[in-house]
Design a protein around this ligand. Structure first.
Ligand SMILES: *Cc1c(COP(=O)(O)O)cnc(C)c1O
Length: 493
C-alpha cells in the first residue's frame, strides 16, 4: 500500500510513503494528508473464501492483500485485541431489527463506543513501531467525549508512549469524564480545563506552537504524534468491519454473495464512511453509502448539492455530540481519490480561504453515484429511539440518526445495514428521556432508569465507574497546561 499526498508534494518531504510512515508522520505538504493510491478490486473470490473465516482471519488476509508494511507478528497481536470484546468470536454482532433492516454494533469494545474498533489495534502498532525505532512519543489529544477514553484505554501501560489528554470540565458526560479520570497508569495524564471544548482545543494548539514546549520535548528526546481520526493507522481498521458485516449477512442467508446492500453511517469526521468508501473501491457490493448527520448537516448539503459550505454555519450542540463537526477532515480523501491532488488542493484552498466550495456537475454526479445523505433533528432522533425501543431494540442518539434514511422508498427493496457507533450507556440521559419521558437526569440516575424500564443490567464496566478512585483530579486554567504536561514528562524520563 503506497500513500501520496492529497494536495501534492512541496519537495520538503517524501512524495510516496508506506503505511508505517503515514502512520508515524501523518502531516503532508500544503496542509494535506497522506492517502492511498487508487485501490484495485480484490480477487473476485475473496468474499466466498472468507465465508467461514473468523473476523481476525478475514482481517489479516485483507491487510496482507493491501500490503501493509508492518511485521506479521505485530499485525496478529493487534488483531488479537478484538478478543477482549464482549464476544471474541463475533466482535461486531449484526442484529436483525426489521424486514431487510439490520444493525452492525461497533461498540462492544472496552469503552463502549466505535472508537475502540480502530484505536485498540492502532495503539498497539504505534507502540511497537516506537519500540522498533527506539523513540519516545507523546500523544496530545483534546476530547469532547469518545476519543479521549478510547485513546487512554489503548495506550495504557504501552511502551514508549505517553498520552496527555485535555477535556473541558463540564463539557463531557459523567460517564465519559469518569472513563478518563479513573484511568490510572504512569504513562497517562488527564487534565480538565476550565472552559469549553474550543478552549481545550485552543490550549492544545498554543502548546504545539510554544517554543519553550518544543525545545523541552527535544531535550527530553520526545517526539509528538497524533491519534486523531485523520491518521490512516485508524482508517485501515475501519475498512475491515464493513467486509465482516457483509459476510455476516451472507452467513445469516439474508443476502447472496454479490447482492448490493445499503449502508447507513452516523458521521462526524467521515472516518467510518471513508472506510466504507474504500471497501466499495475494493469491490464490496455496496449500492449506496448513506451519510447520516444531526442538525450540523453540512455533509447532507454537500452530497445533495455538491456545495461544501461552512460560511453561514455555527456549530450546534446536539444530543449526538460525537457528530457535532462542521469540517469533516476525511472528506478530503474522497476528493483526492475521485479528482486527484491538483483539484483537491484547489477545492480545499477555497474552503480554507472563503469558507465554501462548489463541485462542478460532473464531479457532483460521481459523489451521488456512491453516496446519499440525510439528517435528523434531536426531536426526530428521540422519536426513533422510542420507536425502536417499542420494537425491542435499545439504541443511542448517534445510531438513531440513521433511522430516517433507512426507510426511504428507494432503498426498501434492498437489505439496509445501520452502523451503531455507541452503546446506550454512553448517552443514558437522552435515552432515558426518549423512553421514559420527564426531566433530563444525570448519568447515574438515567442509567438506572433505563435499565429498569428495559429490564436489563447496566454493564459492569459502566456501573463500576462511579466507585472507581479518581486518578486524575486536576482541573486547571488554560495557562497552566504547559507546565503540567512538562512536569508529567519530566517525572519519569
Ligand atoms: C466518532 C463517532 C462518530 C463519528 O464517526 P466519524 O468516523 O468521525 O464520522 C459517530 N458516533 C460516535 C458515537 C462516535 O464516537
Amino acid at each position: 500500500m503506497i500513500f501520496t499526498e492529497t494536495r501534492g508534494n512541496d519537495g520538503s518531504r517524501d512524495a510516496r510513503v508506506g503505511f508505517a510512515s503515514a502512520l508515524l508522520s501523518p502531516v503532508a505538504s500544503f496542509g494535506g494528508i497522506y492517502s492511498p493510491e487508487p485501490l484495485a478490486p480484490l480477487p473476485p473470490d475473496f468474499l466466498r473464501q472468507h465465508l467461514g473465516s473468523s473476523y481476525q482471519q478475514m482481517a489479516l488476509a485483507l491487510l496482507q492483500y493491501l500490503g501493509i508494511d508492518i511485521d506479521l507478528s505485530i499485525l496478529r497481536e493487534a488483531l488479537a485485541l478484538y478478543d477482549c470484546f464482549d464476544d471474541p468470536d463475533d466482535p461486531v454482532p449484526v442484529v436483525k431489527i426489521g424486514e431487510k433492516l439490520f444493525v452492525a454494533e461497533l461498540y462492544h469494545g472496552p469503552t463502549r463506543a466505535f472508537k475502540d474498533m480502530a484505536l485498540q489495534p492502532f495503539g498497539l502498532i504505534l507502540s511497537r513501531l516506537a519500540q522498533q525505532h527506539n523513540r519516545q512519543y507523546l500523544i496530545l489529544t483534546a476530547t469532547s467525549g469518545d476519543t479521549g477514553p478510547a485513546a487512554l484505554e489503548t495506550f495504557r501501560d504501552r511502551a514508549n508512549i505517553r498520552v496527555a489528554c485535555l477535556y473541558p470540565d463540564g463539557g463531557t458526560s459523567d460517564v465519559q469524564r469518569l472513563q478518563m479520570v479513573t484511568e490510572a497508569a504512569g504513562n497517562l495524564k488527564v487534565i480538565g480545563i476550565r472552559g469549553n471544548f474550543d478552549d481545550a482545543q485552543a490550549a492544545l494548539k498554543s502548546l504545539l506552537s510554544s517554543q519553550r514546549f518544543n525545545q523541552r520535548l527535544r531535550e527530553l528526546g520526545v517526539s509528538l504524534s497524533a491519534a486523531n481520526s485523520v491518521n490512516f493507522g485508524r482508517i485501515i481498521f475501519q475498512l475491515l468491519y464493513h467486509f465482516h458485516a457483509y459476510l455476516a449477512l451472507a452467513r445469516q442467508r439474508e443476502i447472496a454473495l454479490g447482492d448490493e446492500v445499503v449502508l447507513h453511517i452516523p458521521s462526524g469526521n467521515f472516518g467510518n464512511a471513508l472506510g466504507a468508501y474504500y471497501a466499495h473501491r475494493l469491490g464490496l457490493p455496496i449500492a449506496r453509502i448513506v451519510i447520516a448527520s444531526n442538525a450540523n448537516n453540512v455533509l447532507t448539503e454537500w452530497i445533495e448539492s455538491g456545495r461544501y459550505d461552512l460560511s453561514k454555519r455555527d456549530l450546534i450542540a446536539t444530543t449526538s455530540p460525537a457528530m457535532d463537526i462542521l469540517k469533516s477532515s476525511n472528506v478530503e480523501r474522497v476528493l483526492f481519490d475521485l479528482y486527484g491532488a491538483v483539484r483537491t488542493r484547489e477545492l480545499m484552498g477555497r474552503l480554507d480561504e472563503q469558507g465554501w466550495y462548489q463541485l462542478d456537475p460532473a464531479e457532483h454526479a460521481r459523489i451521488g453515484s456512491i453516496f446519499a445523505a440525510d439528517f435528523c433533528s434531536d426531536t426526530e432522533s428521540m422519536q426513533f429511539i422510542r420507536q425502536a425501543f417499542a420494537g425491542g431494540y435499545l439504541l443511542d442518539p448517534h445510531t438513531a440518526t440513521c433511522f430516517k434514511s433507512c426507510r426511504r422508498p428507494e432503498f426498501t427493496d434492498r437489505v439496509n445495514l445501520i452502523y451503531s457507533t455507541a452503546e446506550w450507556t454512553k448517552f443514558a440521559p437522552t435515552v432515558d428521556q426518549a423512553i421514559n419521558g420527564g426531566q433530563r437526569q444525570p448519568d447515574r440516575a438515567a442509567l438506572a432508569a433505563v435499565a429498569t424500564t428495559a429490564g436489563i443490567e447496566v454493564p459492569a464496566v459502566i456501573a463500576g465507574l462511579f466507585d472507581k478512585p479518581i486518578a486524575h483530579p486536576d482541573i486547571v486554567d488554560r495557562q497552566a497546561i504547559e507546565s503540567r504536561i512538562l512536569e508529567f514528562l519530566e517525572s519519569k524520563t
